[in-house]
Design a protein around this ligand. Sequence first.
Ligand SMILES: [Zn+2]
Length: 234
Amino acid sequence: VENLAKIFDGLKIVDLTHSLSSEIPTWNGSCGFSVEIKKDYDHDFRVQKIQMHAGVGTHMDAPSHRFQNGLSIAEIPVETLIVSICLVNVVKKATPTYLISIKDLEEYERAHGKIPSNSLVIGYTGWDRFWHNPDQYRNVDKGGMMRFPGFAAEAAEFLLERNVAGIAIDTLSPDPPDSTFPVHRLVLGADKYIIENIANAFRLTAKGCYAIALPIKGAACTEAPVRVLGLVHK
Ligand SMILES: [Zn+2]
């Protein structure tokens, strides 16, 4: 316990996870999460049953989400789940169709140094400010297409060259819904993970923070809710 206290000394813990409820925005607009009360303290305990989409709220996509022989959620190496964070801040330019570019990553590296191997790169677009308004967060245009910021395919390739552990974003997906999902194909195809709907990224600094990203350990799961904590220097 003493050693553990030393590790955490000088760090504060921030929650990068949205709370799950039946109200939250989902990919297809349906209810993604519900809790049913099975016993209501009738023998002293309240017992609940949860029903949810696997990919609901702040969640992780495993390689098997896109590739039949890819790693499942339970098979993702734990060494890739507690890692340093690189926060790529594009809030000022993140229009609803903005894609984080190689230029953004190069700017990040000029300011903060090379993106280290086995780090989690969070694309911080500021879109999570709409989380509590599902219509705004999903932002369906006149053609029926959702519009929110993401990552460009070339940026994903750049990050895979850096051998990152995974990427995260504060929207429903790093790929625009009218794309062929190249970022999913590239990142999951390289046996890395994707975290969607990250919260509170504004609490992080560009470098020097750590992530603890622990999904529910579903044996054959291709996606799973994840509790993401950030460790930030005080
Ligand atoms: Zn996804």
